[in-house]
Design a protein around this ligand. Structure first.
Ligand SMILES: Cc1ncc(COP(=O)(O)O)c(C=O)c1O
Length: 389
């Protein structure tokens, strides 16, 4: 691994346009569409850049596996120095644990009998830490852990603004005090997911909000320690905030996930450039019968519809080399049909191939059972995508 300075400015890490190679090419004519493509050179660059930034700052990197759900990607992240992985579902826990991946953080509240069983199995095997935000979630886990004779390590989730799950910062001490009374559980620290920073489209404001998340969580950790509880892990996690929140004093760990592939939404937020996006959906034009539009064979079942962004539509169309296609936007989709619109569609004909950079790489990869990994020399490999719902 090479070493790099911790980024000093908000845009560090987003290399200048034109300094990276175009997307890898292969014999596209033989590849059925739609297809989920992973450009291996870009993936490797993304993995290395973020691993190096964390390593040089002395902060642990525990990438979120939900983005790729793909073991070859996880192996690259581990080889680059990841301290473990973040996961969100029992299937992700099992896939990584059975592969021998270390230090898993299940960053979703494990409620219900199947999830409690998963916790006891893998925490008992020494590979899993969970998150908790209430005694109601913790009590069944405590009971099951006691019965199985195992100890379950946990982080307390803190709401730093996302407003999803998590304890309000001024309630953390009270909740930690109650959780501490439950047998079979072991407090290790605090965590947050600062996805809300993505509501700032001005990059400097986004970075400021991200730094505040790091500071707020570190402050909570100090209070917890001063009250006599263990709080060794102080964990933040999101891609838009990954150049600032993890590097605030007192933060020990970052959990970005999307950075492995990036996506059109991260380009919009200034987290990366378009030519860092490593995943795309290969599509062919199937109809140009209506002027001003073209229909492609990638619809909502190829892209996922979980993030529709008005200015981005269903994704960003690029040519096979990754260059933007002026005058063409991906306006809407049916399940297997994508609607490209705009003046630029006049140049398209049936059979033309293009790629769509997804708005949300995680949602898109979850639509696919495998990725076609494209190497710089043009050879390709099938990579299984596992642990899907
Ligand atoms: C708990 C948690 N940690 C980390 C992440 C990674 O964030 P991102 O997708 O912005 O990389 C997520 C994303 O949803 C998350 O929910």
């Amino acid at each position: 691994m090479t070493t790099a300075q911790q980024p000093e400015n908000p845009d560090a890490g987003a290399a200048q346009p034109g300094t990276r190679p175009p997307l890898a090419q292969t014999d596209w004519s033989q590849i059925p569409s739609p297809a989920f493509l992973v450009d291996v050179a870009r993936l490797d660059a993304n993995v290395a850049a973020v691993a190096d930034a964390f390593a040089s700052a002395g902060v642990a990197l525990r990438p979120h596996f939900k983005t790729s759900k793909c073991l070859p990607v996880a192996r690259k992240q581990l080889a680059a120095g990841a301290a473990g992985f973040t996961v969100s579902t029992p299937a992700e826990v099992k896939l990584l644990a059975e592969e021998g991946m270390p230090n898993l953080l299940w960053a979703h509240l494990p409620v219900g009998p199947g999830k409690v069983e998963t916790v006891v199995t893998y925490a008992g095997a020494g590979v899993l830490t969970i998150i908790l935000d209430s005694v109601a979630v913790a009590a069944p886990i405590s009971a099951a852990a006691q019965q199985a004779g195992v100890e379950v390590p946990y982080l307390v989730e803190v709401n730093t603004g996302q407003g999803r799950t998590g304890v309000e910062p001024d309630q953390v001490l009270a909740v930690v005090t109650e959780l501490d009374k439950l047998p079979g559980l072991r407090m290790r620290g605090v965590m947050t997911h600062e996805g809300h920073v993505g509501t700032h489209t001005v990059r400097s404001e986004l970075e400021q909000a991200a730094r505040k998340v790091g500071d707020d969580l570190a402050e909570v950790a100090t209070q917890v320690r001063e009250a006599g509880f263990t709080c060794d892990v102080v964990s933040v996690g999101a891609t838009p905030s990954m150049r600032s929140a993890p590097f605030e004093p007192g933060v020990t760990e970052g959990r970005p996930g999307t950075y492995v592939y990036y996506d059109a939404n991260q380009v919009r937020l200034g987290s990366c450039e378009l030519d860092q996006c490593a995943s795309s959906v290969l599509a062919r034009v199937v109809s140009v019968n209506r002027p001003g539009s073209a229909i492609i064979d990638a619809g909502s079942k190829a892209m996922s519809s979980d993030i529709f962004i008005p200015e981005l539509g269903m994704g960003t169309p690029v040519d096979l080399e990754g260059n933007p296609l002026p005058g063409i936007s991906f306006a809407s989709a049916n399940e297997e049909h994508g609607f490209l619109v705009g003046d630029g569609t006049a140049a398209l004909k049936v059979g033309d191939m293009l790629r769509i950079i997804p708005n949300h790489a995680c949602g898109t990869s979850n639509m696919w059972s495998s990725a076609l990994a494209v190497y710089p020399d043009g050879h390709t490999e099938r990579w299984d995508i596992g642990a899907r719902h």
